[in-house]
Design a binder for this molecule. Structure first.
Ligand SMILES: Cc1cc2nc3c(=O)[nH]c(=O)nc-3n(C[C@H](O)[C@H](O)[C@H](O)COP(=O)(O)O)c2cc1C
Length: 177
């Protein structure tokens, strides 16, 4: 069955290691016949959540008029969500955190997702566990979520991930998603 897949890239680095892994996932998912969109947060204007909670009172409309409404709709519409981030100080990128916080406006509409997590770091995979836990925290807040796979990419400089096993892992997750 063809699924709607949304792959979020949150690294500010164009064609960086995180994005290269997402591209492999996308390739696999395309070959499997899924409908897939790659969305780079660095190309979007998304302001941090103001915690005004207006969205909780008004049925889910954020008072901030930026690109998040469109991103949120894509998240709501997706069957499969790929969240990818470089490890920054053992956590997620600011771009990813900002997007996640703005999902408050999604309310009960954001539910029943299959998640894949992709992270990259200079250090060994154990350095990525807290980042994975951060992403898991978001999935835990989305009712009916299942985390189907995690990719740990070890690389530092742009493109260093090429040829590493994580590339094949990302492709295989995409192909089987
Ligand atoms: C601000 C910043 C913080 C970072 N913090 C860590 C870290 O805590 N642990 C680590 O192993 N690598 C860290 N790195 C390295 C990146 O995770 C690594 O270069 C990764 O491959 C970047 O992915 P990208 O090419 O997709 O941007 C950091 C890089 C930056 C720019």
């Amino acid at each position: 069955m063809s699924k709607k897949v949304l792959a979020i890239v949150s690294s500010p680095r164009k064609n960086g290691n995180t994005e290269l892994l997402v591209d492999e996932f996308v390739k696999g998912a395309q070959e499997a016949g899924h409908e897939i969109e790659k969305l780079c947060l660095r190309e979007k204007k998304i302001a941090p959540c103001l915690a005004c909670e207006a969205c909780l009172r008004n049925g889910g409309t954020c008072v901030q008029k930026d690109d998040m409404a469109g991103v949120l709709q894509k998240l709501i519409d997706a069957d499969v969500i790929v969240l990818s981030t470089p490890v920054y100080y053992y956590s997620i990128s600011a771009q990813m955190k900002t997007m996640i916080d703005r999902c408050l406006a999604g309310g009960a509409q954001l539910k029943n997702k299959e998640f894949y997590f992709i992270t990259t770091a200079a250090d060994a995979p154990r350095a990525m566990e807290r980042t994975m836990t951060d992403l898991q925290g978001f999935a835990d807040c989305v009712p009916g979520s299942v985390v189907k796979g995690k990719v740990y990419g070890q690389a530092f400089g742009v493109g260093e991930i090429k040829g590493k096993p994580a590339m094949q892992e990302a492709y295989t997750f995409g192909k089987n998603c």
